[in-house]
Design a protein around this ligand. Structure first.
Ligand SMILES: C[S@@+](CC[C@H](N)C(=O)[O-])C[C@H]1O[C@@H](n2cnc3c(N)ncnc32)[C@H](O)[C@@H]1O
Length: 518
C-alpha cells in the first residue's frame, strides 16, 4: 500500500491560495450585522442557521460545534450512524484509550497483513462533496477556492446547519478544541489578557524551538486565508455567509480539524479528504501503515503491520514526522526517545565580521539560500548540505574561487565531491557546527530551567488546564529537541578530539623525526 502521509504543510495550500489574489487590497466591509441577519433569515437553506449562530460561540470565543472528546457518547452515536450509512461491520470499536483520549481498539483478534476499515467514498468529505446549502457551494466553486479553504468553509457551513446537515453525527463527534498547535496558539493569542499577561510570556513557551516560527507562520496563513475569503466572497454574499457564522473563530476551529484529521489519498490522485471513522485512529511512531483508498474494495483501508489482541489499541502512522511537526499539526509530542524520525531545526548564520561576508552571501543567494539558514539535525545524523554550509562559513579568503561550488552543495544542487573535500578547514567547520549546537542547547536549558518557575495566574480551571497543557507540550518538545542536540554535540566533540589528538600525534612524530635528523 502506498504511503498516505497526512498533509498538513501550510505551504501546500494557503500560500498558493493567497498568491492567486495578491493584487487585491483589503477593502472595508460595510455590511451591517442586522442587514446580514435579516437577509440571512430569509434564505431557505439557513432555516436552522439562526439557532446555530447563537449556539456557535460561548462568550464570543469558542465554537460549540463538536464535543469534549473525553465524553464517548457522541463517538458512539457516530459509530451507529456510520453503520446505518453503509460502513461494513468492523473488527475495531471506538473507546477511551490511554494514548490519544479516544481511539480504535481491537474487538477481535487481528492478523498481521489484514486490511481494515473499508470506509466507502460516500462517507468522505472532499472538495466535491454536496453542500446542504447548494447556493453557497456554487458560489465557492465559482471563485475556484482551493481544496483546503473550500473544505474548511464546507465544514463550517454544515456544522452551522446542525441536525439539517447530513454530517451532523460526524461533526458532533469532532473535537470542540482540536489539539493542533494552531488551535492552542490561537487560543493563547485570544485569551492573551486572561491567560497570558504578556505576549512575551507566550513566546517563552517555545522560545528555544524553531517550531514557534512555523506555528506563527501557520496562524498568519490561516488568518490571511480567512481575510481573503471574507473580502472576496463572504462580504459580497452576506446572506449566504453571515459573519456570525463565517468568522475567524469558526475558521480557526475548522482549520484545526483539517490540520489534525485531513488525509491525502495517493490512490485517489493525492486527493485530500476527511474520512470519518478512519480519523479516529491515533498515531504510533512504531507502526508503518498508512491510510489509502483501495480500488478493489472501493474504500479507505489500511493494512496492519502486526497482530492485535482484543482490547489493544490499533494505530496507524501519520507519516515520518519530527516531534515538532507532530506537535504543530496534531498537538501531541511522542514519549521521549520513541520517534526514530525525530529531528530539530538548527539555525546557522554567516558571521557579519567575516572578511568575505559579501562574497559568501552572494554565492548563497545565487543558489537560493541566505546568510541565515536552518538545517535539520536528525537522531541519525545531519545532512551533507549543512556540512557544506559550515565549510562555506569558515572558508578563508584564499578559497574564494570555491565559494560558488560550496554554496551549490549547501543548497543540495550538487553533491560535494568527496566525503572530506577540504581537509584543511574540516576542523573549523566541525567547530562551527558545534558552536551553533551548543548555543541552541543553552537556550533550551534556559527555557527548561525557567519553566519550573513559570507561575500560573489562574482565573478558571479550564484556563489552567489549557495553559498547563500547552506548557507541558512545550517542555516535552524542548526536552526531545535538546536530546538530539546533546547527541550531536557528543559526536562532534569526539570527532574534534580525535582529530586534534591525531594532529598532536602527527606533530609529535614530526618533532621526533626532526630531532632524530638533527
Ligand atoms: C486523527 S485524530 C485521532 C482521533 C482522536 N484521538 C479523537 O479522539 O478524535 C488526531 C488527534 O488524535 C490525538 N492523537 C493521535 N495520536 C496520538 C498520540 N500518539 N499521542 C497523543 N495524542 C494522539 C491528537 O489529539 C491528534 O490531534
Amino acid at each position: 500500500m502506498a504511503e498516505a502521509a497526512r498533509v498538513f504543510h501550510t505551504t501546500t495550500f494557503v500560500p498558493s491560495f493567497n498568491s492567486l489574489h495578491k493584487t487585491q487590497k483589503p477593502k472595508p466591509s460595510f455590511v451591517s450585522r442586522s442587514t446580514v441577519r435579516r437577509k440571512f433569515q430569509s434564505l431557505r437553506c439557513s432555516s436552522s442557521l439562526e439557532s446555530a449562530t447563537t449556539a456557535m460561540t460561548t462568550n464570543n470565543q469558542e465554537v460549540r460545534w463538536g464535543c469534549d472528546i473525553d465524553s464517548p457518547e457522541n463517538a458512539l452515536a457516530l459509530q451507529k450512524w456510520l453503520s446505518d450509512c453503509g460502513l461494513p461491520p468492523q473488527k475495531m470499536g471506538i473507546e477511551k484509550v490511554e494514548v490519544g483520549e479516544r481511539g480504535l481498539v481491537a474487538l477481535k483478534n487481528i492478523r498481521k497483513g489484514e486490511k481494515l476499515l473499508f470506509v466507502p467514498p460516500s462517507l468522505f468529505i472532499t472538495a466535491d462533496s454536496q453542500w446542504s446549502c447548494q447556493e453557497a457551494g456554487e458560489i465557492m466553486k465559482k471563485y475556484s477556492v482551493p481544496d483546503w479553504p473550500l473544505i474548511a468553509t464546507y465544514l463550517i457551513s454544515e456544522a452551522s446547519l446542525e441536525k439539517s446537515s447530513k454530517w451532523s453525527n460526524y461533526i458532533a463527534a469532532l473535537p470542540r478544541q482540536p489539539y493542533s498547535l494552531l488551535y492552542c496558539f490561537f487560543f493563547c493569542l485570544q485569551h492573551l489578557c486572561v491567560v497570558f499577561r504578556t505576549r512575551a510570556e507566550l513566546d517563552r513557551y517555545l522560545e528555544a524551538s524553531q517550531i514557534r516560527e512555523r506555528a506563527i507562520e501557520r496562524i498568519n496563513n490561516v488568518i490571511g486565508t480567512y481575510d481573503d475569503l471574507r473580502l472576496r466572497i463572504f462580504s459580497k454574499h452576506p446572506q449566504l455567509f453571515p459573519e456570525e457564522v463565517f468568522n475567524i473563530e469558526s475558521f480557526k476551529w475548522s482549520f484545526g480539524i483539517l490540520f489534525s484529521r485531513l488525509v491525502r489519498l495517493p490512490s485517489m490522485d493525492g486527493r485530500v479528504a476527511l474520512v470519518p471513522w478512519a480519523d479516529m485512529l491515533n498515531h504510533s511512531c512504531e507502526v508503518e501503515t498508512f491510510l489509502d483508498y483501495d480500488r478493489s474494495s472501493q474504500g479507505v483501508v489500511f493494512t496492519t503491520d502486526r497482530t492485535y489482541q482484543p482490547g489493544e489499541q490499533v494505530f496507524i502512522s501519520y507519516g515520518k514526522k519530527s516531534n515538532g511537526e507532530l506537535l504543530l499539526s496534531y498537538g501531541f509530542v511522542p514519549r521521549e526517545g520513541t520517534n526514530p524520525s525525530d529531528s530539530v531545526e538548527l539555525p546557522f548564520s554567516l558571521k557579519k565580521s567575516d572578511k568575505c561576508y559579501k562574497e559568501k552571501l552572494e554565492a548563497l543567494r545565487k543558489h537560493g539560500l541566505s546568510g541565515s539558514h536552518c538545517f535539520p539535525i536528525r537522531v541519525t545524523g545531519w545532512p551533507q548540505e549543512l556540512i557544506a554550509y559550515a565549510y562555506l562559513a569558515v572558508s578563508p579568503p584564499g578559497m574564494i574561487g570555491q565559494f560558488e561550488e560550496i554554496a551549490a552543495a549547501a543548497s543540495n544542487k550538487t553533491a560535494m565531491k568527496k566525503d572530506k573535500p577540504y581537509p584543511e578547514i574540516e576542523e573549523q567547520a566541525l567547530q562551527f557546527i558545534l558552536d551553533s549546537c551548543e548555543s541552541s542547547i543553552s537556550k533550551y536549558t534556559k527555557f527548561l530551567q525557567a519553566s519550573g518557575s513559570m507561575d500560573l495566574d489562574v482565573t478558571s480551571p479550564k484556563q489552567i488546564n489549557r495553559r498547563l497543557f500547552l506548557k507541558q507540550l512545550a517542555v516535552d518538545l524542548c526536552n526531545s529537541e535538546r536530546r538530539i542536540l546533546y547527541r550531536a554535540q557528543a559526536v562532534l566533540r569526539r570527532r574534534l578530539r580525535d582529530m586534534r589528538s591525531g594532529e598532536l600525534k602527527a606533530l609529535n612524530l614530526f618533532d621526533g623525526l626532526r630531532n632524530l635528523f638533527k
